[in-house]
Ligand binder design. Structure first.
Ligand code: SF4
Length: 446
């Protein structure tokens, strides 16, 4: 690795791949860079700049490929003289540092996920602990992700996250509240709580689950209009406490994001998931009974070792029965050093895994289209995220940014203000989007 050759300063482009947890890391790191005298900018394509930091994802095959492709794209920009130095950071770098160093010697440095002080040092700056929790946002000013813990204590057989990010480390409640207030000062109205496993928040730090207690403190911040929970694990999920909090505080979005991964008992066991199909179904049923309009999001994996035709058809039947509101399906990726990698052979072809994935996504598309068509004519509240030439695009409380549906409102309905709430009437539906017009009496609610 080459050391800093000049004083801190100049443009640093920060490129973020992967999930919202990585995005928050980039935002925190950017604030440190800013305080050290640099000019950080979030981007996804090479710019002319002094430094470039590529914050990579190393979770599954496709994400790793995307990270490598991005590094190569930035290396080309460095060779062309557009970037003085290129650093690779984050999950891929944490997982494969030595291999990457050997394969890509022109990269100026590789850093893992918890190495922000070392990154600052390499660039000639100084890390300041007192700024932890501050950030340069990469999201629009009205919403932000708030990471309440790092790492994971579960041991799902397919998952490389515990290898990369380590054991769970919950942030103290006071730090989370401080960061929430900081974000409110920046203008956010929607707070999206994230972690590898929100359900277990607090178990490492307080010896008990503290998600409900944390929510009780967050709901009293008046400027926050929506609080969204993203990534809840079924086992140990405090169902009744969360339901009663949702009932009491309308600002907790009627949104349940609970990855179940599979439904067949043998596959759940092989996956080392500590919940049964029945437990997952019971949780979803309870939430739907309490809030018939709730949006239930989940994720599934196809082609896990041992998934034969029988197990897959049972999974398909499960999707039919559950009628999820939002669903992500992934083809199994046989990740080195995971429990499944050590124990099982990756016996299902890539083609079969993808075929099964597409088959579930097609089924879900039909379910989603029907559900969306049933909404035509209804009046709902949306938060406007932005605009292109034809539409303003917004979201309902049932939709998280980037992963869920959008509500498209023709620009002639405007002008509408990004970051404001409006009442709209649904006029049309596609599988992954709704079309709407603003209600005549609707005025922006800041
Ligand atoms: S809960 Fe399971 S899938 Fe999620 S991060 Fe932890 S080990 Fe991975």
């Amino acid at each position: 690795m080459t050391g800093p050759d000049k004083k801190p300063g100049g443009l640093v482009q920060v490129v973020t791949l992967g999930c919202s947890k990585n995005l928050v890391d980039s935002e925190h790191l950017s604030r440190q860079l800013q305080a050290a005298g640099f000019e950080p900018v979030h981007t996804d394509a090479p710019l002319k700049s002094r430094y470039a930091l590529v914050n990579t994802c190393g979770f599954i095959h496709d994400a790793k490929q995307e990270s490598v492709d991005t590094i190569l794209e930035f290396l080309a920009a460095r060779r062309a003289g557009h970037i003085e130095k290129l650093y690779v950071i984050g999950c891929l770098s944490q997982r494969y540092k030595e291999e990457l160093q050997a394969e890509l010697p022109e990269v100026d440095g590789f850093f893992g996920v918890n190495e922000h002080p070392r990154i600052l040092k390499a660039l000639g700056g100084k890390y300041r602990e007192e700024l932890e929790g501050e950030r340069v946002p990469a999201t629009p000013p009205h919403y932000a992700y708030l990471k309440i813990s790092e790492g994971c204590n579960r041991r799902c057989a397919f998952c490389a996250i515990p290898l990369i990010r380590g054991r769970q480390r919950s942030l103290p409640v006071e730090n989370i509240l401080q960061e929430a207030h900081y974000l409110v000062e920046k203008g956010i109205k929607e707070l999206i709580l994230i972690a590898q496993d929100l359900t277990s928040y607090g178990t490492d730090l307080y010896g008990e689950r503290r998600l409900p207690a944390l929510l009780e403190k967050l709901v009293i911040i008046p400027e926050i209009r929506w609080i969204r929970l993203q990534y809840t694990y079924p086992a140990g999920f405090p169902v009744e406490e969360i339901i009663s909090l949702m009932k009491e505080h309308r600002k907790i979005c009627r949104y349940l994001d609970m990855p179940v991964q599979h439904s067949h008992p043998d596959i759940l066991k092989r996956m080392n998931r500590s919940h049964s199909r029945e437990e997952a179904v019971m949780i979803i049923k309870r939430f739907r009974e309490a809030f018939p309009e709730i949006s239930v999001r989940s994720t599934l994996i196809t082609g896990f070792p041992g998934e034969g035709r029988r197990e897959f058809l049972q999974l398909k039947q499960f999707v039919e029965e559950m009628r999820f509101d939002r669903l992500g399906v992934f083809a199994y990726s046989h990740e080195e050093h995971t429990p499944a990698w050590r124990k099982y052979t990756d016996g299902i072809s890539r083609r079969a895994k993808n075929y099964r994935m597409q088959s579930l996504m097609k089924l879900q598309e039909e379910i989603s289209l029907k559900k969306n068509r049933n909404k035509v004519g209804r009046v709902i509240q949306v938060l406007i995220d932005g605009k292109d030439e034809r539409y303003y695009y917004g979201r309902t409380e049932c939709d998280s940014p980037e992963v869920d549906h959008e509500v498209l409102i023709p620009v002639d309905s405007g002008p509408l203000i990004s970051g404001s709430f409006y009442r709209v009437r649904i006029t049309g539906a596609g599988p992954y989007e709704l079309y709407a017009r603003v209600m005549p009496e609707s005025f922006p609610v800041a």
